[in-house]
Design a protein around this ligand. Structure first.
Ligand SMILES: Nc1ncnc2c1ncn2[C@@H]1O[C@H](COP(=O)(O)OP(=O)(O)O)[C@@H](O)[C@H]1O
Ligand SMILES: [Mg+2]
Length: 224
């Protein structure tokens, strides 16, 4: 089985005033191709910091992150940023859609930053929106969509460039329980259909148990 994303012995401290906060202690994790892994943990346990480090958006004090078996530390910032746009899809608690663009244009934006928006990209974006249940809302502004619908657009956008792995940081955190459940089922189904790996950060035990493998972050230490 190919490991598409991994980290080994990650430690991270933040300086807060004159104090060091040790946020991650010797954390190792791997995700195989098309595998889903959940990370559960209380607020403040280091989940978002770990995702940022896996995405190469934040550096660690110790340890290594590997994309397709290659240490990202060895890549230039320019190369890392270019590869991230293809390699990773990201979904956040607060959606981060562009209010001036409609649903279809928000999804296409992922392709636009790679510099290619042609007929096949338009078809792909439209197809993804149909698959997340928004086929009737292609031209809608995010401002006119409900929270659940906004997250559906964000999931379609995350998958637009056919990423190897999707990182989802509490994607149901701003949604009511029933809507959150629908979004979670949709996210698991569509990443499976697309053969994309998934790292799902969630507080919710039930959601976590739906992934192929569950990990638990306790005060910055990984317990599987
Ligand atoms: N940039 C930062 N500077 C200082 N402290 C930070 C920073 N980012 C996160 N922290 C601290 O690190 C700890 C873990 O944060 P975070 O990774 O966001 O946890 P979680 O996502 O599990 O709630 C918290 O105590 C938080 O205050
Ligand atoms: Mg967080």
């Amino acid at each position: 089985m190919d490991t598409i994303l991994a980290c080994q012995n990650i430690s991270k401290k933040f300086l807060s005033g004159s104090e060091d906060i040790h946020v991650l202690h010797d954390v190792s994790l791997f995700v195989n191709a098309a595998e889903s892994v959940s990370i559960r943990g209380e607020s403040g346990s280091g989940k978002t910091t770990l995702l940022n480090i896996l995405a190469g958006l934040e550096s660690s004090d110790q340890g290594e992150v590997f994309w397709s078996g290659k240490a990202i530390r060895k890549k230039s910032l320019h190369r890392l940023s270019a590869e991230r746009k293809r390699y990773l899809g990201m979904v956040f608690q607060s959606f981060y859609l562009i209010p001036e663009l409609n649903a279809l244009e928000n999804v296409l934006f992922a392709a636009r930053i790679l510099g290619r928006v042609g007929a096949s990209e338009r078809k792909r974006a439209q197809d993804l929106l149909v698959r997340v249940g928004l086929g009737e809302r292609l031209k809608s502004s995010p401002l006119k969509l409900s929270g659940g619908e906004r997250q559906r657009v964000a999931v379609a956008r995350a998958l637009m460039n056919r990423p190897q792995v999707v990182l989802a940081d509490e994607p149901t955190g701003n949604l009511d329980e029933a809507t959150g459940k629908h979004i979670m089922d949709m996210l698991l189904a569509i990443t499976r259909e697309e053969d994309a790996g998934l790292i799902l950060v969630t507080h919710n035990m039930e959601f976590a148990s739906k992934t192929d493998r569950c990990c638990h972050l306790i005060k910055g230490r990984m317990e599987s």
